[in-house]
Write a protein that binds this ligand. Structure first.
Ligand code: PLP
Length: 424
């Protein structure tokens, strides 16, 4: 009987273990076998991790707020199978484009429990959303009012929220700070008064409340207070949507607030700053999906220069976050836990910036070794691309020792699948 021990670090998906040979087991599946069967790079998603975190959000809100709605921010992992899990677990859905709306509908979300965001929605996206019977449209700017009015049938009203930028910047990377004094998102407090007046004056809108999303990867929850205090002056509304933002630990020394702490803090702040009995909506993305996923790579080359460079078969085409905003990850040689070789884990792309992990500490990496990088569920698949003609990796769900492909690997045919042949 094999003995297994649970990996201590909280960065791995829930239920992750090592077997007796120190080989990583994800959702009961051997990581080396997953790499052999599905190839690398591959996104391995532990389904139980997704479901457990979805339930944790729902349970925490049920404990703390009578009237609430938890939306999955689909941008964080816009994959039908992931969306389907969130729909099955009873979450609502936040989409930020016509494409994300199409994915949400395909995954089975009730359109009445979907809402549409975006700072540059097209009239067609608004038309499609209204035609689908979307729950809320979150109006972002003055130009959107007329566009939206044009696509709403006379005599009917579309429920809307107004996105407000409360002028508060949490402690996070500037590129994912979205509610400060000079942001492209939403109405400033100064402009919010006119926006509220405009929405209330229209016979096509039913203004239900206000929305804010101050940023992402937030560890310190205190800025939510200042943000709500800024919003509170804008008046009485039924719904207060507080956006997402809960940060996650990408490395073992980081410790993020728990889902329970985040939800309790937000609910208490609404009760204290806005008042009791409000409908509270939230839109977590990262904290729902980040930990569910581990990306597997294979080492292709090792170069000893001033530093040691370990090259793998993926990179900025499957995880753009390190290059976009210096996001930090850990890496692990499957079957060889621990460290000893400090090296840069690089991708295969033609950019010097294509480094997945600077100063990774790996245990004697060799060509052919499988490398695992945890916490890649959020905004990895979402921002994947075909730079250098690299086909995008598959998404593989693992659960109770079984693995199933939910998105197949792209092929070279996919790379020219949209070409229009001039002779055809
Ligand atoms: C409007 C809005 N809501 C929710 C989210 C999800 O944020 P997070 O993944 O940090 O929870 C985002 C992320 O950018 C967003 O822009």
């Amino acid at each position: 009987m094999a003995t297994v021990r649970t990996i201590a670090s909280h960065v791995w998906p829930l239920g992750t273990t090592f077997d007796e040979d120190d080989v990583l087991q994800l959702g009961g599946c051997d990581a080396r076998e997953l790499a052999r069967e599905f190839g690398t790079p591959a996104y391995i998603v532990v389904e139980d991790d997704l479901r457990t975190r979805a339930r944790a959000f729902l349970d925490a809100f049920a404990r703390h707020a009578d009237d609430h709605e938890v939306h999955f921010a689909s941008k964080s992992f816009p994959c039908t199978a992931v969306l389907r899990v969130m729909a099955e677990e009873g979450l609502a859905c936040d989409v930020a484009s016509g494409g994300e709306l199409a994915l949400a509908l395909r995954a089975g979300f009730d359109p009445a429990r979907v809402h549409l965001h975006g700072n540059a929605k097209s009239e067609q996206e608004l038309r499609d959303a209204v035609a689908a019977g979307i729950g809320d449209i979150v109006i972002d700017n003055l130009d959107e009012f007329e566009k939206l009015e044009r696509v709403i049938e006379p005599g009917s009203r579309q429920r809307v929220l107004l996105r407000i930028a409360p002028g508060v910047s949490p402690d996070t990377h500037p590129k994912i700070s979205t509610g400060g004094p000079n942001t492209k998102f939403g109405f400033s407090i100064r402009d919010a008064w006119a926006a509220i007046e405009r929405a209330e004056a229209s016979d096509r809108f039913a203004l239900d409340g206000l929305h804010m999303h101050i940023g992402s990867q937030i560890f310190d929850l205190e800025p939510f207070r200042a943000a709500l205090e800024a919003m509170a002056q804008l008046g009485e509304f039924r719904t207060w949507n507080l956006g997402g933002g809960l940060g996650v630990a990408y490395t073992h020394e980081q410790k993020a607030p728990s889902i329970e702490d985040y939800v309790r803090t937000k609910v208490e702040l609404v009760e204290e700053v806005i008042g009791p009995g409000r409908r509270i909506a939230d839109e977590p993305g990262r904290a729902l999906v980040a930990h569910s996923t581990v990306t597997l790579y294979t080492v292709q080359s090792i170069k000893r220069n001033v530093a040691t460079w370990v090259g793998v078969d993926g990179g900025m085409s499957d995880n753009l976050r390190p290059m976009l905003y210096g996001a930090r990850y850990e890496a692990h040689v499957v079957g060889k836990p621990g460290g000893g070789t400090v090296c840069h884990l690089t991708g295969k792309h033609c950019e010097s910036g294509d480094v997945l992990v600077h100063d990774a500490d790996l245990n004697d990496p060799r060509p052919g070794d499988v490398i695992a990088t945890p916490v890649t569920g959020a905004y990895g698949y979402a921002m994947s691309n075909n730079y250098n003609g690299v086909p995008r990796p598959p998404v593989v769900f693992v659960k109770d020792g079984d693995a199933r492909v939910v998105v197949r690997r792209e092929t070279y045919d996919d790379l020219f699948g949209r070409d229009v042949d001039p002779d055809a």
